[in-house]
Ligand binder design. Structure first.
Ligand code: EPU
Length: 419
């Protein structure tokens, strides 16, 4: 049954939060396992709904999956090629990684066009361009991509946009192609390095992940390995923002501080105190903040996935702040909901112009994962202690594991109720 998230405001978050593995790595590493012929073990797996759906997808492909205490064992030794035009593939965006993984393993894939967080049209033309360059024929039949290759042959592929998904999808397929593939204008996000690391440990030959030119020499066969997923930089960033937004004091543990640099710099610029340690960051929030401008860009710029949570925090800054998103054209579905809570924000083109204001409790709706994050942070910020009701909690559960438990442990008053 659908649930809504209830949050009473005016509680400063205090304590320690341990961050789990990255959602956007996990949803690529799970299908990557399909390329191996022996079992793969993934450690530090987040307990989120996208991972559960991916487990079911692998089972539909005849792959054994066991998930015990955050360690997932995937046995891809006898997968059964299966067309997946509908069903679970429509429930999450990252199901598109099955295209590259099945193409690499079987030379063919039938996958329904992905669902997931559709805050704006999100084309996958660069993925298709990559598959075609590797020698596949791609057709769209009734909303499913049919991808067939007699033989995958390495190629030089220039991405028109530095797409995370296209970069990973091409790496997956090219790992099993004949010869060398070069991806130019590749995305540089940490999740790409994580995927290249597991693929190399499985026997692939990938160089340059994390730079804009990735070179992949195809191999004939790949084997299983054990891999620990990198910490979720977006979850970590969300808790850092929540700590700052509630004038709290939170130690965010199990993070790679380098991944958080753009956010840490912006929080410091506003006036929050940030202390970086080897694997943790402490955020000490303040009652008042200076206004700042933020530009969401590809990595290592400020992450677009933290743009929505940051919008909520900026309502606490004096004067006008401008938050622009250069990754997506129109990722502002959280704005009308924040307006219901008293926020003074107007959207102009790809920017939100945010005026310092005091928030009130209200009934609001999360329409995608990060819009949901913006709303639970706003709920925590309401100074009167009024309750905020957030419908659409299922979106939030896609990317934040144990949210209610985690926020409660940090001192928040938060619970769920049937919708
Ligand atoms: N784009 C194209 N054509 C393509 C692919 C992308 O025009 O073929 C455009 C998109 O429309 C967008 C931009 O390029 O404007 C970047 O898209 P990208 O492909 O990099 O995004 P993605 O791979 O679909 C991943 C994350 C997103 C995150 C983006 C950007 C996963 C499963 N998702 O999406 O995460 O916002 O990279 O960093 O890795 C989230 O976690 O809430 C989330 C949406």
């Amino acid at each position: 049954m659908a649930q809504k998230l209830m949050i009473a405001g005016n509680r400063a978050l205090r304590g320690t939060i341990t961050i789990s593995g990255a959602k956007n790595s996990a949803v690529a590493l799970i299908p990557a396992a399909l390329l191996a012929e022996t079992p793969v073990v993934l450690d530090n797996l987040p307990d989120i709904s996208d991972v559960k759906i991916y487990t079911e997808l692998l089972e539909e492909l005849g792959v054994g999956v066991q998930n015990v205490d955050g360690a997932m064992t995937i046995d891809p030794s006898r997968p059964v090629w299966t067309p997946l035009p509908n069903g679970n593939v429509k429930k999450l965006r990252a199901s598109y990684y099955l295209m590259g993984a099945l193409l690499g393993r079987f030379g063919k894939a039938v996958i329904g066009l992905p669902g997931g967080c559709n805050f704006e049209p999100r084309p996958i033309d660069q993925h298709v361009k990559g598959f075609e360059a590797l020698g596949a024929r791609v057709t769209n039949e009734h909303g499913a991509l049919h991808i067939f290759a007699k033989e995958l042959v390495g190629a030089k592929i220039y991405l028109d946009v530095a797409s995370v998904g296209a970069t990973i999808n091409i790496m997956l397929a090219a790992s099993r192609a004949k010869g060398t593939t070069m991806i130019e204008n590749a995305a540089k996000e940490p999740e790409i390095i994580d995927v290249a690391t597991i693929l190399n440990n499985m026997g692939a030959r990938i160089k340059g992940a994390g730079t804009d030119t990735i070179r992949i020499e195809g191999v004939d066969s790949m084997k299983g390995c054990r891999h620990s997923i990198i910490p979720d930089r977006i979850q970590a960033g969300t808790y850092m923002i929540a700590a700052a937004a509630t004038a709290g004091d939170v130690l965010v543990d199990n993070v790679i501080p380098k991944h958080m640099e753009a956010l840490s710099a912006k929080l410091q610029e506003m006036g929050a105190h940030i202390y970086e340690m080897d694997e943790s960051i402490r955020v000490v929030g303040q009652q008042e903040y200076s206004n700042i401008d933020v530009k969401a860009l590809v990595y290592p710029g400020f992450a677009t996935d933290l743009q929505s949570p940051m919008t909520s925090l900026l309502t606490k800054a004096r004067g006008l702040s401008i938050l622009s998103d250069y990754v997506y054209n129109n990722r502002f579905k959280h704005v009308p909901e924040l307006q219901r809570m008293g926020a003074k924000i107007r959207v102009e083109g790809r920017s939100a112009i945010i005026e310092g204001s005091t928030l009130n409790g209200a009934k609001v709706k999360a329409t995608d994962l990060r819009a949901g994050a913006a709303l639970f942070i706003a709920g925590l910020m309401v100074p009167t202690g009024e309750v905020t009701e957030i419908a659409g909690y299922e979106y939030v559960q896609r990317g934040y594991d144990n949210l209610v438990e985690n926020l409660t442990a940090l001192g928040a008053e938060v619970w769920t109720e049937p919708e």
